[in-house]
Design a protein. Structure first.
Length: 253
């Protein structure tokens, strides 16, 4: 007949052994700093073993300066002018331009009753170049002509990019009277704006070495970045601030 087994009780001088605590299911095992440092050194050694390359940077710059001029021209009682002016009769603004290019001058021509016979009962607008000498290269020009109505809103007349020679006009032959009547100010006047942009005649666009000041700023930024990287590396290897958490954006590191 077998006897039942009795539990063994700890006697005097014996200490019961508690089971080893199990780590939580979602815990992450972190190696000691010495192991992490060794891994980092191995990575640095692998990087150092790669062949080095010589990089030469040629810093260049092309600087371009466009000239810009603007005409603001107020014409009183423009509605009456559209009715009373003869076809082909025009108004001419005073010449305008940029002091840096005194040989280039512009005029705005307005025909309240159209320029040609087929333009009658319309308004014609033309920008004219009057400063270049004969034989000079044409000037590629971007221009726009518009009016500002009673609410200071733009009423477009024309916008284009064309080359201009001496005494050459560019613009639009037929803009309806109704459109220009809607562009009038409260006092019946027409406020015309003409904006012109072009390069200096005979200017040569070339490639030059970049300014020392620009290069110096780039070098300073590069040196600051390298200094930050080196400081972070030294802090990692010396195990400084191991009890701190560095937060980058919303992610702690």
């Amino acid at each position: 007949m077998s006897l039942p087994r009795l539990p063994i009780l700890a006697g005097a001088g014996q200490v019961p052994i508690a089971p080893s605590p199990q780590p939580p299911a979602n815990s992450v095992s972190v190696p000691p700093p010495s192991v992490m440092r060794a891994s980092s050194l191995r990575s640095d050694d692998a990087t150092a073993s790669q062949p080095r390359k010589l990089e030469v940077v040629s810093k260049q710059a092309t600087k371009v300066t466009a000239l810009s001029t603007k005409l603001e021209w107020k014409i009183d009682q423009f509605e009456k002018l559209m009715k009373l002016f003869k076809n082909g009769q025009n108004l001419i603004s005073r010449q305008f331009g940029v002091p840096q290019a005194p040989t280039v001058c512009w005029e705005l021509h307005v025909y309240p009753n159209g320029k040609r016979e087929e333009d009658m009962n319309n308004v014609s607008f033309f920008l004219r170049q009057v400063g270049l000498q004969r034989g000079e290269e044409p000037i590629m020009t971007e221009f726009q002509i518009y009016a500002l109505d009673v609410s200071s809103q733009r009423v477009s007349v024309c916008r284009d990019t064309k080359d201009f020679t001496n005494q050459q006009g560019r613009g639009k032959f037929q803009v309806s009277r109704d459109k220009m009547t809607g562009a009038l100010r409260a006092d019946g006047s027409l406020l015309l704006i003409c904006e012109v942009e072009y390069f200096t005649p005979g200017s040569k666009i070339s490639v030059e070495p970049a300014d020392d000041e620009e290069c110096a700023l780039e070098d300073v930024d590069e040196k600051v970045e390298l200094s930050i990287r080196e400081s972070n590396r030294e802090m990692w290897e010396s195990e400084l601030f191991t009890d701190c958490v560095i937060k980058v954006g919303n992610r702690p590191h």
